[in-house]
Ligand binder design. Structure first.
Ligand code: VGL
Ligand code: ZN
Length: 205
């Protein structure tokens, strides 16, 4: 059965937000429609959900700036502006996003020593968010993915979903990257790994 995973559509990832993704807001109305598509037996959302002292924030490392790279818990970490701080307006879903169809919301990025881009595992693959088990318990074997940011949380979620042996479809017009230049390469890699890439128009008529 097919499920829809809506990744990190949060105020901070929209234009004007702390880590605004260019045109991130443009996907919302289509994502709203997709959630009601009969094909999807389950809709699940995620939220990036950091404590204020999270290790991915440049502000928590003396002399560092956003986009600097450091080592965090033994992994390479890109530093970001403070974003999606637990309970802040930036961490909230935008009011335009329909969240009524989401049966569960998985929050991630709560441990300060490790970042979690993927909806399935932290970046070190040490801790499972529980999403794999949840999807399996609901008989989902095919995950459709939409959301932000295309090159980070969507990208990493797709890789993990494939590794967990889900069939994976990215709905290309329902994601946007932080870095547009490199996104073509990301898409090419995802395709090579077995991701099906479609447009929302292939589902909605
Ligand atoms: C994300 C950077 C930092 C994302 C989250 O949701 O793609 N990107 N934290
Ligand atoms: Zn984050």
């Amino acid at each position: 059965m097919k499920g829809l995973l809506v990744v990190d559509i949060q105020n901070d990832f929209l234009p004007g937000g702390a880590l605004g993704v260019p045109d991130g807001d443009k996907i919302i109305s289509t994502v709203n429609k997709l959630q009601y598509h009969n094909e999807f037996k389950l809709v699940v959302g995620t939220q990036d959900w950091h404590p204020p002292d999270h290790g991915s924030f440049a502000s928590n490392h003396e002399g560092k700036n956003p986009l600097d790279i450091i080592e965090l818990g033994g992994l390479e970490q890109i530093l970001w502006p403070d974003h999606c701080v637990q309970g802040s307006i930036g961490s909230d879903f935008p009011k335009e996003l329909d969240i009524n169809k989401m049966e569960a919301i998985f929050r991630k990025g709560m441990e300060k020593e490790i970042d979690t881009y993927s909806a399935f595992f932290d970046n070190g693959h040490k801790k499972d968010t529980g999403l794999t088990g949840y999807l399996r318990a609901r008989n989902i074997d095919h995950v459709y993915i939409v959301g932000l940011a295309g090159d980070f949380c969507v990208n990493f979620s797709i890789r993990d979903a494939l590794e967990q042996n889900f069939k994976v479809t990215l709905i290309e017009d329902c994601t946007r990257p932080i870095n547009t230049d490199e996104f073509e390469n990301v898409l090419k890699e995802l395709k090579e790994k077995g991701t099906e890439i479609i447009s929302s128009g292939d589902l909605l008529t």
